[in-house]
Design a protein around this ligand. Sequence first.
Ligand SMILES: C[S@@+](CC[C@H](N)C(=O)[O-])C[C@H]1O[C@@H](n2cnc3c(N)ncnc32)[C@H](O)[C@@H]1O
Length: 236
Amino acid sequence: MAMKLKLLELTDEKARILFEGEGYTYLDALAAELLNDPGVDVAQRKQAFKFTDPELVVTTVGGRSPLDAVIDAAKRLSGYAGEKSDLTVIALDADPAMARIAQETAAGRTDRVAPVIGDVHRMPVRDDTASLIVSRGSLFFWEDRVQAFREIERVLRPGGVAFVGGSFGTAALRDRIFAQMRRRNPNWDRDVARRSGQATHDQLRRELAASAVACSRIREEEAGFWVEIQKGSGCF
Ligand SMILES: C[S@@+](CC[C@H](N)C(=O)[O-])C[C@H]1O[C@@H](n2cnc3c(N)ncnc32)[C@H](O)[C@@H]1O
């Protein structure tokens, strides 16, 4: 997985690193992983403002290089999905080019990613198979979200959970996307506003109710929202 880092401070026992475009979820996981390293004294995420990229502060003991500790922890973290489970990922998109990109950028585990060309309204996936469904920025394009929500519930295995949301990642990443898209599409802001306006929280709640999925909620996160759908085993 390629990541853009900026070294803010580096001594023999301290590093302050900015992770461009990474949200606090990843940084918190990395900080927790760093603390498994006996050479690490402190590993903490800091974020000046909600809209700035978070930074990681690491201090070490016993001559452990803070940068090596971070690199090793990041490697362990990205290895877990591949080594500690038999996880496979279906990269489903209506556009063949997008499904291929998802496979090519799959954090060095292309063997675990199956690109599938398909429509969210009728996914070519058996009932009760997916443990986790994640889709960002696509629900604005779905023609019939009520049907899509039902379909997501069908494909989830009991105990599984889906997150389908509206977000551009972190606020910093959002700014970069907007800057580039405004150059490509002079109507970009208007298009985004129009699409978001058709998927307000109230509208999504009505659609979730109409779909009759058994367990759902809307969550506000760092830089956007997620519709969360859970199947079986109680509800939140
Ligand atoms: C704005 S892109 C989001 C890309 C990516 N998830 C991200 O966050 O950068 C929306 C994607 O949804 C896909 N899409 C739209 N309608 C779809 C449908 N009915 N079934 C499957 N994919 C669909 C489009 O092909 C496109 O790749």
